[in-house]
Design a protein around this ligand. Sequence first.
Ligand code: CTP
Ligand code: MG
Length: 434
Amino acid sequence: METHETSSERPVERQLHVTNEGCLSELTKGRCPVNFPVAVVLPAAGSGERTGLSTPKQFCKIIGRPLISYTIHAFERVFWIDNVVVVVAKESHDLMTDIIHKYNHTKVKIVEGGSTRHRSIFNGLLAFSEQGVGSKLQKPKVVIIHDAVRPFIEEDFLLKITLAANKQGASGAVRPLVSTVVAATAGGYLDHSLERARYKASEMPQGFIYDIIYKAYQHCSEAEFEFGTECLELARQHCGTSAVLIEGPSSLWKVTYQRDLTSAEAVIKESVSQSACIITGECAETQNLSTWMKNGLMAEGMWVDAVPNIEQGMSRSTNRNFIKLSVNSPKSVEIGEFMKMCEETKDGLYPFVILWVHLNVLDQASFSQENDEASVIMTLAENAQKRNIFLSCVRVRYSKDSSERERRMNKLCQMTVALIRDRNAAFSGQILYA
Ligand code: CTP
Ligand code: MG
């Protein structure tokens, strides 16, 4: 995992597809080089044996959301992609339908999978063909094939794959080999090894002129359907199309083992924890507190903006972490309105963290007041969590003693960093004390 740098410059975004919408979409609107229909086939009918889990990995949850939903979102947000065909096992059809509704996926068509990955992919391709069953989708010029279990795919790389496929007939992502490939004899001894620099690991996505890959699958032998692993090879064997190989980013890795699910979660958490926005309010106390927090959080490697009001905070498009400062008890209406704006302005792919920091300058809150506040926060947080927003509250008692004040401020910064980085739903609705 990369280390954070403390800098006064906003860090270059290395946010995977965590930004609100595809950055390239914004840049290329109106002059998009993709002027032909493009569709995607996502094979997702495997059982994920190597994870050792009973749930197929594509349906395992990562920060509360099924893995496949992240992958679908990565394609759906690309405006030049028309359809996403998701190929799932028959028994997962209802689950997939629920996911589509729950996460508001709009470009997806579900197709039934086959007993091997190649059979599943072919079933996906049939969704665009007269020979397929059920309603037919518009045939694309280029089809992108991508494993449902590779959630980190960015628009700029999809563009490279798509344009290369359109030009050459086929294209595929590759990565340098991590280890040398060796061939073993039947008895388990070294037969020979391959020269590592000459070989590459074939990854996904791959792009094809639809007619080429469709024809390749039509000519596929039973043995290829059963044991083959490489779509690019099918295009070469059956259509004489040599694919362009394009080196892709390391984020293209495939979730294969159980630990990869943990890594995927860590990647997402890291990328959404890089920045935060402090809503300072107008009073001197909260502005002082803001300066302190900003310095403290930046020392922890976070980029921090401080703005006077919520509206300005919302316009920071990539922020998913908000720290609202208030003096004395926050009003529930105020918190409710803030969360409503959050929901309306942002997509709910990744959870938001809202931290309401309540600076208690008067030190007069009664026990019953605190109890009332706790139940208000709890109720608001319960509702917010359904919409992927985590709300916690930190109370800081103001101290006249400067070393005690410093101790409390440091604690506040530590708690803030922990809440933002961990994004742990268990702390949603909780009031903490610094
Ligand atoms: N896949 C598919 N149909 C199959 C087998 C696999 O659509 N009959 C899909 C998987 O769901 C996955 C992708 O192909 O999205 C890559 O396959 P792999 O990583 O091998 O997934 P699984 O086959 O599910 O895992 P395992 O090999 O560990 O059982
Ligand atoms: Mg498999």
